[in-house]
Design a protein around this ligand. Structure first.
Ligand code: PRP
Ligand code: HPA
Ligand code: MG
Length: 167
């Protein structure tokens, strides 16, 4: 991992915030599925999509939950996106009725890959950066491209110096 952030701004998301935003995402998706408004299944893009997908599945009472594992980053360095584990093929079909959930879309490369595999799925993320927005059907909060989003599972509470104590 590089010592320096590649982005100027940091958006630090607490557990409470991601819970609220994931719930808001669920409510926005409620009744929007193709089968009388219902969704067949939720598919989380691991790992970041797992916590939001669990909250969405709980809010919408969807019991069929699967995962697709896509690795796109090595810490903050982008690598070529690749599928490490696919969801159940019979369930997925071409994606119709499937809600694919991720924590965020940044460049859109991850969703582009998953969209190619399941073109009729609905793609939802909690956060979206402008470059990736065309790849996502529903999201809650937009952040600028030069912002790095820090999720609660990547952070810990720690002491900080008071402003006047800094040298
Ligand atoms: O729009 P993109 O530029 O493709 O970036 C977005 C993806 O990158 C991160 O996942 P990552 O590959 O780091 O894996 P992780 O979810 O296991 O942290 C994030 O959780 C998204 O899945
Ligand atoms: O802003 C981000 N935060 C965390 N993971 C990410 N993966 C791509 N962009 C981001
Ligand atoms: Mg991810």
């Amino acid at each position: 991992m590089s010592d320096r952030l590649p982005h100027e701004k940091g958006f630090h998301v607490s557990w409470d915030q991601i819970h609220r935003d994931s719930r808001a995402l669920a409510w926005r998706l409620d009744g929007k599925g193709p089968d009388a408004g219902a969704w067949k299944a939720v598919v989380a893009i691991t790992r970041g999509g797992m916590a939001p997908a669990m909250i969405v599945a709980r809010e919408l009472d969807i019991r069929t939950v699967d995962t697709i594992s896509v690795k796109s980053y090595d810490h903050q360095d982008r690598t070529e996106a690749k599928v490490l584990k696919a969801p159940d093929a019979a369930m997925m079909g071409d994606g119709e009725g499937i809600l694919v959930v991720d924590d965020l879309v940044d460049t859109g490369k991850t969703l582009e890959l998953v969209r190619r595999l399941y073109p009729r799925a609905h793609f939802a993320t909690v956060y979206a950066k402008p470059q990736g927005e065309p790849m996502v059907d529903t999201f809650i909060t937009g952040v600028s491209q030069d912002t790095w989003i820090f999720f609660p599972w990547d952070m810990a509470l720690q002491y900080v110096q008071p402003f006047r104590g800094k040298d």
